[in-house]
Ligand binder design. Structure first.
Ligand code: FES
Length: 272
């Protein structure tokens, strides 16, 4: 007699070697809530950031520059006094300067271990939740194009470091007033400070970062400094999902704040 798995595909949840359960899942809770909320949150961010990245306007209100547009690398950037405005790309670049720089944070987040889980579940249902079979007949994981490119995550991490450094510089510049005099701080300064703290916490909690500082060591005892760093990144890493969402929200809020100032919808309250 033929084994029950004889006609099942070679890979995927119906393949030989997997438990022969006909039901798609046996869960009785509202398992779909989490992937649905994740998909809605990510879609909202994608819609907002696409609008702002292509807008090519209202991204600078002294002393604040939107994190979506920093550093500004094109000749068509609005002049930002003291800000990171380097004309690496000449006048031939006519599109929004945000597109030149967003590719790095976007690549970093797109290949992030947490975001992979989020969008694999939220958009591709692969799988939609723990113990819920996915609809796809075969499974190749991240072994083929385009998903094999997820392995570039470590390099996006390296690229994310200078970007976070530049955003830190932008945050320091928010301690000036609109006339570029130092020693001032406004509501925007506070927002930028929270944002940069979250950006660094998210960046340093990266799984690749944790591996870079403490991975491939035979004896932690012989590398006390790396062990200490690995412990710190490990603690942050445990909150990677929380940091991924909070930094995503804070970066969008900073951009929105600059937009409201630049369009004169709102006035920046100054604390001192
Ligand atoms: Fe999420 Fe590296 S794993 S940023």
């Amino acid at each position: 007699t033929e084994p029950p798995t004889r006609h099942r595909a070679a890979t995927g949840v119906r393949s030989a070697g997997r438990a022969s359960i006909a039901a798609r899942h046996l869960r009785t809770d509202r398992w779909w809530l989490s992937p649905a909320a994740t998909a809605a949150g990510l879609l909202a961010f994608v819609a907002y950031s696409t609008w702002r990245a292509f807008a090519n306007a209202d991204y600078y209100a002294a002393p604040y520059v939107s994190p979506f547009y920093s550093p500004c690398l094109a000749e068509n950037c609005v002049p930002m006094r003291g800000g990171p405005n380097w004309e690496v790309f000449g006048s031939w670049w006519v599109l929004s300067p945000a597109l030149l720089i967003l590719v790095f944070p976007l690549g970093f987040r797109l290949t992030c271990y947490y975001y992979r889980k989020a969008y694999y579940r939220g958009f591709w249902a692969s799988p939609p939740a723990c113990a819920v079979a996915e609809p796809h007949r075969t499974y190749t994981g991240e072994t083929r194009l385009p998903l094999v490119l997820q392995n570039l995550h470590r390099y996006f991490f390296y690229a994310a470091l200078p970007v976070a450094g530049i955003l830190t510089y932008d945050t320091v510049l928010t301690f000036r007033n609109a006339d570029y005099a130092w020693g001032h701080a406004g509501l925007g300064t506070l927002l930028f400070l929270v944002n940069i703290a979250l950006i660094w916490a998210y960046t340093l909690s990266c799984h690749s970062c944790r591996h870079i500082v403490g991975g491939r060591l035979r004896h932690f005892s012989k590398h006390p400094l790396r062990y200490r760093l690995w412990t710190w990144t490990g603690r942050l890493n445990a909150r990677h999902m929380l940091l991924a969402w909070s930094s995503l929200i804070s970066v969008a809020l900073c951009d929105l704040y600059v937009y409201l100032l630049a369009t004169s919808t709102f006035d920046d309250p100054r604390f001192f």
